[in-house]
Design a protein around this ligand. Sequence first.
Ligand code: ADP
Ligand code: MG
Length: 220
Amino acid sequence: MLELKSLKKSYHQGSQTIEIFENLNFHVGEGQRVAIMGKSGSGKSTLLSLISGIIKPDDGDISLNSVSYKDLQESELNDFRAMNIGFIFQNFHLVSYLNALENVMLPAKVCNISKPREKAIKLLESVGLGHRMEHLPSQLSGGEKQRVAIARALIHNPKIILADEPSGNLDDETGNAVMDILFELIKKNNTTLILVTHSKDVANRCEKTYELLQGSLTQC
Ligand code: ADP
Ligand code: MG
């Protein structure tokens, strides 16, 4: 479903070259839930950015659902990402001037999905926020913000969700409650998940856990 082939990626900062991946190969099957662990700076966020197509590898290729990113023009890749990928971030990344409902509706509008409002209301209810739809992000708690972000990530029925430390800014109890909701929804939809986390408990919810160390992913 997701295939990374011989990926190479370095960053260039002045005269310094930071090599992140020299030859990374990785495969994730449809509906699989995979956790990625690893020290800060090991390249976990870079890996998610490569999978999303936001940054390009120096060499190698990525394909999602048999579509090779190499075969897509920039605008096609942007559309492909919008249609097929959902994102959840540690810092929520909600649009500050839009209320919860409007935030959740955003991807549905971009993807031209029918009845975005009805779908967003249903999703907000399913994450337990039916009573917070008109609140701005600044009027929501951290756990509530992440539940809005989960609803937003799922509204267009993406093939895959990329979650970068989604419970990293939440206390254990809130983080667990938010992860319960995420896993319940993605299981129901058979959504593939790649989840970066520092928490072994969160990783244990996934079928497979990999450690990213010196540019290689090793199953734990
Ligand atoms: P992680 O998410 O595992 O903490 P990152 O993927 O964010 O790691 O970063 C991996 C390494 O690459 C770090 O050493 C970081 O400083 C460096 N890095 C990340 N993004 C850039 C960039 N845009 N330019 C230069 N170096 C970067
Ligand atoms: Mg990171």
